[in-house]
Ligand binder design. Structure first.
Ligand SMILES: Cc1ncc(COP(=O)(O)O)c(C=O)c1O
Length: 476
């Protein structure tokens, strides 16, 4: 490596040169979701808080107006522009809703930003298990019943946080859960990071704001034509203090927010509000065609509402393909699609490949999926059964200390198979099922270790385990 090189820039240029078809974030798909004038002015738009261009941390002019329009479009009483992803919005909503020492009911498969907020705010998680479909080998939704039971058992909880939709586009019954939560005079927070497009077409699941959430986040960069790191935080009603949210966002966001990022949030709202309905109609029609063509191509299934009636709602723009009929894991299929078909998907796990499809995808772009899958079907069909049937524990381990105490403890790395009786510092789990077996501060037990090792031996992958076999535990 010499100083004449720019490894990152060169890597990016190479990715551009390979002309990869992008089924991953950000939702603008290599600029396709912006107009020429916007793209040509990016460097010129990169300014700072000069007169006339307002200040994100005390908006009174153009940023204030842009946020007002976003609030109207997304159905909130107030919306904030975020330049550090939904991550910063999740931190802010939890810290604003839950005072230090309080507790919050959260699904066990929540994003890591949720647990990190609890570390920062000294908040205790009360975990509930999301449903797991052992035949499809996927985490699906949180049921109203699970929320009701948790609220009965923990009447002092500050509120409930939901993740809806999940990475696979599956939505919980937010409306019924909101009624249960509000009946107990608690707060409903929704991580709707993957559902920023929901408010713009009635064929999509309804947005959390419409269904009763008090505060919710949208990662604009995931499903809208907006740059990476951009997100919105939305508030409705009086249950969460608006000024406190603003104060926290002034702490956890940079004092020099990028005008390029903020401009793309304004752009994304403008496009979705003015053309989003029709663009989403076309996207869903084109995806319908893709799904029906894939059906004739034996071996690859797409998951959807028709085969999943028990899931409350499913985002039809999220294409989830099951390659097991070809004898391929999701990981293998992702690699082959990239190397042989020039198509990069968003994410894969043992069983599935997840494609993020947005209003920036054209019909011909989407047709490439069909062609690529046909090629895959012809080359790789092996008739091997690689299903991963297993019984996983639904029990929630004993919480020995709060996530904050675990975070600030002295820690050491030890082999997973020697960790019985120790307290986990991080989140440890396996795909499948993708639900953590241990969360920070929990007691590691023999059956949990055996479960993780057995999944790993059979080809599943572990998370929270470093260098093959090591985990972080508290030194007591
Ligand atoms: C469910 C969920 N919530 C929150 C986040 C964090 O979003 P961001 O990357 O915008 O910070 C992610 C990121 O993938 C996510 O999947």
């Amino acid at each position: 490596m010499v100083q004449q090189q720019m490894p990152l820039v060169e890597g990016l240029f190479q990715y551009i040169e390979e002309d990869i078809t992008r089924y991953h974030m950000p939702g603008h798909k290599g600029g396709q979701g912006f107009c020429r004038e916007f793209l040509d002015s990016l460097a010129q738009m990169d300014v700072t808080e000069v007169p006339g261009l307002d200040n994100l941390h005390n908006p009174q002019g153009v940023i204030h107006n842009a946020q007002k329009l976003a609030s109207k479009a997304f159905g909130s009483h107030h919306s904030w522009f975020l330049v550090n992803g939904s991550t910063s919005g999740i931190h802010a909503m939890i810290l604003a809703a839950c005072p230090p020492g309080s507790s919050l009911i959260v699904p066990r498969n929540c994003h890591k930003s949720v647990v990190n907020a609890m570390v920062m705010g000294d908040i205790s998680p009360i975990y509930i298990q999301p449903e797991y479909d052992k035949y499809k080998e996927l985490v699906t939704q949180v049921t109203p019943k699970a929320v009701k039971e948790a609220l009965e058992q923990y009447p002092n909880a500050q509120g409930v946080l939901l993740v809806s939709p999940n990475y696979f586009g599956m939505c919980s019954n937010v409306q019924e859960i909101a009624e249960i939560v509000h009946k107990e005079d608690k707060i409903l927070l929704v991580d709707e990071a993957h559902g920023a497009h929901f408010p713009f077409n009635p064929r999509l699941p309804s947005s959390a704001g419409e269904l009763g959430a008090d505060i919710w986040v949208h990662s604009a960069h995931k499903t809208l034509p907006s740059f990476t790191q951009t997100a919105y935080l939305h508030l409705k009603g009086e249950r969460v203090d608006k000024d406190r949210v603003s104060r926290i966002l002034s702490i956890n966001q940079t004092s020099s927010p990028s005008y390029i990022l903020m401009a793309s949030l304004d752009w994304a709202r403008y496009i979705m509000e003015t053309k989003g309905h029709d663009l989403l109609d076309s996207l869903m029609n084109n995806l319908g065609e893709v799904r029906s063509l894939l059906k004739t191509d034996a071996g690859i299934d797409s998951l959807g509402k028709s085969i999943w009636p028990e899931v409350h709602a499913i985002d039809p723009t999220r294409l989830v393909l099951d390659f097991k009929g070809l004898g391929l894991t999701g990981y293998q299929a992702e690699k082959i699609l990239r190397e042989e078909e020039g198509l990069q998907i968003e994410m894969s796990d043992y069983g599935y490949g997840v494609f993020i499809c947005t209003v920036a995808d054209t019909r011909s772009y989407l047709q490439k999926i069909v062609q690529a899958c046909q090629n895959l079907g012809e080359k790789y069909k092996k008739n091997t059964d690689i299903h991963f049937p297993m019984s996983i524990s639904r029990e929630i381990p004993q919480q020995m200390m709060s996530p904050r105490q675990a975070f600030y403890s002295k820690t050491q790395k030890i082999p997973l198979n020697e960790s019985q009786g120790r307290i986990s510092v991080g989140t440890i789990g396996a795909y499948p099922p993708g639900i953590p077996r241990y969360c920070p501060g929990e007691l590691i037990e023999k059956d949990g270790i055996e479960e993780l090792i057995s999944i790993h031996r059979r080809g599943g992958t572990l998370f929270g385990v470093h260098e093959g076999n090591y985990i972080d535990v508290v030194v007591e």
